[in-house]
Structures are given as C-alpha cells and as structure tokens.
Design a protein around this ligand. Structure first.
Ligand code: C6P
Length: 424
C-alpha cells in the first residue's frame, strides 16, 4: 500500500506551528492535484464527505484484484482471507474508538442507518407512550427523523435541548429537561452546522444517573477529534467511513454488547441467523445478528487503510492542526461586516466547520462564485432545517476543513468572498 507519510508523525507535524505538513499530505490525495475552472482545487467541504488518499483507493482495487470472495460463506482460501480482513477491521475500529469490545461493532451503510437501527430495534422494544426522548436543536436530520418516526409509532414525546446564541447547548435547560420519563438522550458530539463540540461526557454522566440510555452521533467527531467511546461510556455511537478518508457505503454502530444482546435484529436474511425453520428462526451472536445479507466487505477492506492513515498521523495531532485553522478562519471571517458567522467562534470548543450567511448574497450564489475560483464549499440547510428555522434563514454557506487544508486555503476563501462582494 502506498502512502508517503509512513510512520514518521514528527516529519509531517510541526509542533511549533501546531500544523501538519499539508503539502506532503496533499501528495497522497490524487483529487487534490486536479484543477476546477483552471484553478487549484481548494476543497473545503469535508463535513459533507472527505477526499480519499491513494492508500484507500489502492486498497479497494487490491481487494478486488486479489481477494474478492463473499465472507463467512465459504471455506476456500479467498473466502477465508476476505472474512479475516472484514473481522480484522472490527478489531481495528474497536481500538480506534477507545478499545471497546469488538463484539459491539456493527457494520452498517452510514451514520444514518446506524441511528435508524437504534430507533428501530432498541427503540421499538423499549420506548412506550409518554416516554421522553431528549435530542438537541442542532441535530442533523439523521438524529431527528428516526426519533420522529418512533414517536409517531409509540406515542413517545420528543424534547430538545435549546441552542444558545453562541451556538452551544443550553446546559441549564438540559438539566431541567432531563427527568424520570427521559428514556433516551441522543446528541451529536460535533454539530455539522455550527462546529460546536458538545459537552457529551457531562450529558452522558447526567443521563446515566437518570437511568437514560445514551446515543452519540459521531459523524463529525470520529474523523476529527479523539472519540473514546470507552471513556465516554456512551451506550451507542454512530459514524460514517466516508467522512474519515474511507469509502462511501460503510458506517459503524457501536453498541455496548450487553445492550446489543437484548435487542432484536431489525433486518432479516442471510448471515444473521443461527437456525432457520420454515416458520421460525433463531439469531446469530452479536454483532452478526445485525448484519443481514452480503455486507460491503470490499469497502470495509478499504476503510481499514483509512484508519491506518489517520492513526499514522495521530488523531491528537489532527485536532491540533484543525484548531489552528479554526482560530485563523474565525478571525478572518469575523473581519467581514456583512457576514453573520454562526457557531461558538472559539477553537477550544469548535471543530473546523465555519457556517456563514451574507446579508446580500444568497448562499447558493456565493457557492457558485467560489466554485469559479476552484473553491468547494457547501450551501443549503445542511440537513438541519430546524436550526435554519431557529435562525430564520433558509440556508447558509459552510466551509469545512480537514488534514489537507491549511491557512492558505482560508486566505483563498477570504479573497474569493471579497471578489463575490465586489461582483454583487
Ligand atoms: N452530514 C453534511 O454535509 P451519513 O449521510 O449517514 O453518512 O451521515 C449523516 C450525518 C449524521 N450526523 C451528522 C452530524 C452529519 O453531519 C451527517 C452528515 C453531511 O453535513 C451530509 S448531509
């Protein structure tokens, strides 16, 4: 597998600048060598999906060229190699998120499917009329809609922790909302709109003391900050491979094994059974009980290379790098008197997500103008319509950073924003 960063963390991270050697990292990402409208691609849309390094692209091709066989369904060499690659990633993921029990790692398609699985399986057996499900106003639709569906079906009541003016959770309100009827608390660790890093340790601790089950949406945290499910002691954690250099179509649901064991499967079919008769069936052990049908084992093999890549850099170092970019981007964006910048504006509690609204230029127009300069940002409601309604805006523009971005990318963003202003 080729990657230029090897094992030399110190060579790609400059502790005095607290920045990664981005020019070296960029060499590993073929897409970043391309031009858009004749300009260098400045990719500032990693919160939507990350770009892929050569080692991930090559791992997928290597798998199909040399190993490809269905898993757990044959005893020939290829099937055994394929099965062990698949199971080895389960162990790797378990270590990556803090050394949890690998029996708690279920492969899904994405964060969305992982959260739906909790609602459909755990939720249907444990939530009844009048029970309360506590969410937040800053959740992505993936952590709202599964609970809306469950509430409609069971008669449960949805409650939401409000977001304060500086884009953080109103913790005083959280303590008031938490009560004996609260059966489940489900919160994103990092908001995909505000970048806010939520105090999830405190939330989990209080929820557990209250007897509530806890779910963390880690879609925007697992790729960017150390996310230790063991220390956090969350009951469930959901995330997606495609936001952390891995392929699309692979997600993870971590669940505490003792909870997963009590849950019913939510999909039935091959691979998830122990014994099937015509009118009855028993289930496989966890985690296989939740993996019906042929899984996406080839992308799992490629995801393994993405984890290796991130680990070679180090998640702590990645966070330091993004903190520097956050501080710089916030400072630069606040210089615009016609932009509203959302989020905490504090790198200590903000990941590299910068959402803004220009008082004259619609976010879609802004994004189109930036695209002419080769700059990719996202415009829209970011699958967080309730938050848009709270701010009374239809959409925002959002730039988001990762390991291949540096301050120069922020400078280009700022220059292009200034150009857009002159244009309008
Ligand atoms: N947010 C964004 O541009 P999936 O699509 O299932 O991999 O991830 C869903 C999801 C869940 N929670 C959070 C906090 C997220 O940010 C996302 C994905 C992308 O913001 C695509 S909408």
């Amino acid at each position: 597998m080729d990657t230029t960063i090897n094992d030399a963390k110190s060579e790609i991270y400059d502790p005095s600048r607290k920045m990664l050697d981005v020019s070296r990292i960029r060499e590993d990402f073929p897409i970043l060598q391309r031009q858009v409208h004749g300009k260098r691609l400045v990719y500032l849309d990693s919160a939507a999906t990350s770009q892929k390094p050569n080692c991930v692209i090559n791992a997928l091709s290597f798998f199909y060229r040399t190993i490809n066989a269905n898993i757990h369904r044959g005893v020939h060499t290829l099937s055994e190699e394929s099965s062990s690659a698949y199971e080895a990633l389960r162990e790797k993921i378990a270590n990556f998120i803090g050394g949890v029990d690998a029996r708690g790692i279920v492969f899904t398609r994405n964060t969305t499917e992982s959260l739906n699985m909790v609602a459909l399986s755990w939720g249907k057996s444990n939530i009844k009329e009048g029970d309360e499900i506590l969410l937040t106003e800053m959740e992505h639709h993936s952590n709202l809609v599964p609970w809306i569906l469950l509430a409609k079906e069971t008669g449960a009541v949805l409650k939401h922790i409000p977001v304060t003016d500086n884009g953080t959770l109103d913790m005083a309100a959280f303590y008031k909302l938490l009560n004996k009827k609260t059966k489940l608390v489900s919160v994103s660790i990092v908001s995909n709109v505000l970048g806010t890093i939520n105090p999830v340790e405190e939330i989990i601790d209080a929820a557990h003391k209250n007897g509530s089950v806890t779910v963390l949406d880690g879609a925007q945290s697992v790729p960017h900050i150390v996310t230790d499910a063991k220390t956090l002691d969350c009951d469930f954690l959901a995330f997606s491979a495609h936001k952390m250099l891995g392929p699309t179509g692979i997600g993870v649901l971590y669940g505490k094994p003792e909870i997963l064991e009590q849950m019913e499967p939510y999909l039935g079919g091959g691979g998830m059974i122990e014994q099937v008769e015509l009118c009855n069936a028993t289930w496989a052990e966890i985690p296989w009980k939740f993996e019906a049908g042929t899984p996406n084992y080839a992308d799992v093999a490629a995801f393994s290379s993405a984890i290796d890549y991130l680990e070679r850099i180090g998640m702590g170092v990645i966070r330091e790098h993004e903190k520097e970019i956050t501080e710089y981007a916030v400072e630069k964006l606040l210089e615009f008197d016609d932009l509203i910048l959302y989020g905490p504006q504090d790198p200590e509690i903000q990941a590299g997500v910068f959402t803004f609204f220009h008082n004259k230029i619609h976010p879609h127009d802004l994004s189109t103008i930036l695209d002419r300069d080769g700059i990719a940002i996202r415009a829209g409601h970011h699958c967080a319509q309730p938050l848009m309604m709270k701010y009374k805006i239809p959409a925002t523009a959002r730039a988001s950073a990762y390991i291949y971005n540096d301050k120069e990318d922020i400078d280009e963003l700022v220059e292009s924003l200034n150009k857009a202003k002159r244009f309008f």
